[in-house]
Ligand binder design. Structure first.
Ligand code: ZN
Length: 275
């Protein structure tokens, strides 16, 4: 599932990084919605009508949302969820193309294709993006260590699932939560309010570092859902159950927390505070 670094990589790619012409300054010539439920708002027909003829002025990201700011002050928002992905094509999509949900033709003749095998991803077109983004908490670089520690002290939830809660913190998902907790030496099942201010600061810096490094690596390649990125070679705990910890040599373990798995090192991340 694309997290902050993968969505940031898409934003940079749509701005023309990585050697492909981007979306900035391009006008949308045609919109084909193959699967109407991919559009959350307005309805798919209206979405296609209103997007046609619009020019993309800027591409941004907030949490795990991609934002295209249009010249008429409306915004396209995209959440890729489990398996949404974008790619360029030089020709219109084949009618038989599997997993294609939406396609846009630009004024330079290129097509931007949106594929989503599992169909959880959503698009919005709105003049008020806060109606979609308003619930999001701060990103890890938008909060001070003191404020982060205070927010943790107010929560009794376990730290790993809390980091995945987008209202608490925006952008962090399963991979980078596991990696940051390992880097900070904090057990994923610790109750948030038991973290000391030293641990809270260590965790915040670990989140910032892990996300920055993953952005530089253009994210983590997992499967067809995100076939780019090289951060998988730097993962220290995520998907490494049973393998040795690079820091201490103990075996990485996995446990279930609130329906999600957490990977951790029992020696580097003890159950009780060591700060
Ligand atoms: Zn270890």
């Amino acid at each position: 599932m694309p997290e902050l670094p993968e969505v940031e990589t898409y934003a940079r790619w749509l701005r023309g990084a990585y050697g492909t012409p981007g979306l900035i300054g391009r006008q949308v010539r045609r919109v084909r919605v193959r699967w109407p439920a991919a559009v959350a708002t307005p309805d798919a027909t209206l979405f296609a009508q209103r997007l046609r003829g619009r020019t993309v002025q800027a591409v941004a990201r907030r949490g795990k949302y991609l934002l295209w700011h249009l010249e008429n002050r409306e915004t396209v928002l995209i959440h890729l969820r489990m398996s949404g992905r974008l790619r360029w094509a030089d020709a219109p999509p084949n009618e038989a193309a599997r997993h294609l949900r939406l396609a846009l033709e630009l004024d330079d003749g290129r097509w931007l294709l949106y594929e989503d095998p599992r169909k959880f991803g959503r698009w919005w077109l709105t003049a008020r993006p806060t109606t979609v983004l308003g619930h999001l908490g701060p990103e890890p670089w938008e909060i001070s260590p003191d404020a982060f520690a205070a927010r943790l002290r107010a929560r009794r939830a376990r730290i790993k699932p809390l980091l995945l809660n987008q209202r608490f913190l925006a952008g962090v998902g399963n991979i980078y939560a596991d990696e940051a907790l390992h880097r900070a030496g904090i057990h994923p099942a610790r109750a948030a309010h038991t973290l000391t201010s030293t641990e809270a600061a260590r965790l915040l810096y670990a989140l910032q570092e892990v996300l920055r490094e993953a952005i530089l690596a253009q994210g983590t390649r997992f499967d067809a859902a995100y076939p780019w990125g090289t951060y998988q070679q730097y993962l220290r705990v995520y998907s490494r159950e049973g393998q040795v910890c690079y820091t201490c040599g103990a075996r990485i373990r996995r446990l279930r927390l609130a329906g999600r798995s957490a990977h951790y090192c029992p020696q580097c991340q003890p159950r009780v505070s060591n700060a």
